[in-house]
Design a binder for this molecule. Structure first.
Ligand code: SAM
Length: 311
């Protein structure tokens, strides 16, 4: 039997200084710096192409559908008729791809700080955006997401926050505070929903996730944290759904499947009525940590993660 050679090139995803997930590297497709961050697009043996920003692994070709369907679909399915949607961040184009599957959506505005990330995604990550930037309902803007929401006169039925984690000196930490969520609330229609990517959920790193959830509770009446296992990250990943009236635990699985078949183009690969229940039914230790978290993240002392490694 032919024995496969041990790969000689690896990239490292540090979870902490003491724990690392390493991926065999096929090739580096792009490595450069924008005005805001370091950008790497690599092709790995197991997960295909992936995006890495400031050493943080963002998403990978083989399983990004799990991350992006978990982030986008519950909010849009829960909303009675989502028409106008804003995506803050989401540089790969996969979050807006998921939004544009919905036939009810008439306008999807994506606001990413970094034009270079989107340029790279257009060139090297075609399966992520799947050509959706040329959909006539899509509008692409390059500016800070907080500034956009502060200044726009528009309101949205759903706002998706798909930005990088709040690392020190990174471009995103001001978009995780109570003051930011106050702005978001003003830009949502009365039945509107917010969905936030909420960082890692592991026994060694629960702080960001639980603080995001606690902070959202200061602003919204319904806050529902969820988790999905993302094989590329080798751990659970957190999301938070917030609104003033929509409750993901009050919709049954048949109604979710009915709305999917009525509203969504193409076949979802991860999300349906059964997966919805799995997303919002959290393990006991996670529920306990959420309950015990008291910290509210504020502009004058924003939460900042220390990124432990180098890619
Ligand atoms: N899946 C990701 C993760 O694991 O954190 C997030 C996806 S996406 C690639 C993150 C995007 O957020 C990047 O394209 C980055 O340019 C954008 N971003 C960061 N800070 C931002 C800000 N202040 N306003 C708008 N976009 C921002």
């Amino acid at each position: 039997m032919l024995k496969k050679e041990t790969p000689s090139r690896w990239i490292y995803d540090y979870f902490s200084p003491y724990e690392v997930h390493k991926h065999a590297l096929k090739q580096t497709l792009y490595h450069g710096h924008s005005e805001y961050q370091e950008i790497v697009i690599a092709e790995t043996e197991c997960f295909g192409r992936c995006l890495i920003l400031d050493n943080e692994f963002q998403s990978a070709e083989r399983d990004e559908f799990i991350y992006h369907e978990s982030l986008v679909q519950p909010a849009l399915i829960l909303h009675p008729k989502p028409e106008k949607v804003a995506i803050i961040g989401g540089g790969e184009g996969a979050a807006i791809r998921e939004v544009l599957r919905h036939r009810t959506v008439t306008k999807a505005v994506m606001v990413d700080l970094d034009e270079k990330v989107v340029e790279c995604a257009k060139k090297y990550l075609p399966s992520f955006h799947n050509g959706c930037f040329s959909d006539e309902r899509a509008k692409l803007l390059f500016e800070d997401g907080r500034k956009f929401l502060e200044e726009t006169d528009e309101t949205f039925d759903v706002i998706i926050i798909d930005i990088t984690c709040p690392i020190e000196e990174g471009p995103a930490y001001k978009l995780f505070t109570k003051e930011f969520y106050d702005i978001v609330k003003q830009k949502l229609t009365p039945q509107g929903a917010l969905s936030v990517q909420a960082s890692t959920v592991s026994h060694t790193a629960l702080a960001t996730y639980t603080v995001i959830s606690r902070t959202l509770k200061e602003v919204f009446t319904n806050v529902s944290p969820s988790v999905a296992h993302i094989p590329f990250f080798a751990m659970l990943w957190g999301f938070c759904l917030a609104s003033n009236g929509l409750d993901p635990n009050q919709i049954n699985k048949d109604e979710i499947d009915r709305r999917i078949s009525e509203r969504v183009d193409g076949e979802l690969r991860f999300y349906d009525g059964i997966t919805h229940q799995a997303l919002f039914n959290l393990p006991k230790y996670v529920r306990k940590a959420l309950k015990e978290q008291t910290h509210i993240n504020r502009d004058n002392k924003p939460l900042m993660e220390q990124y432990p490694g180098r890619a």
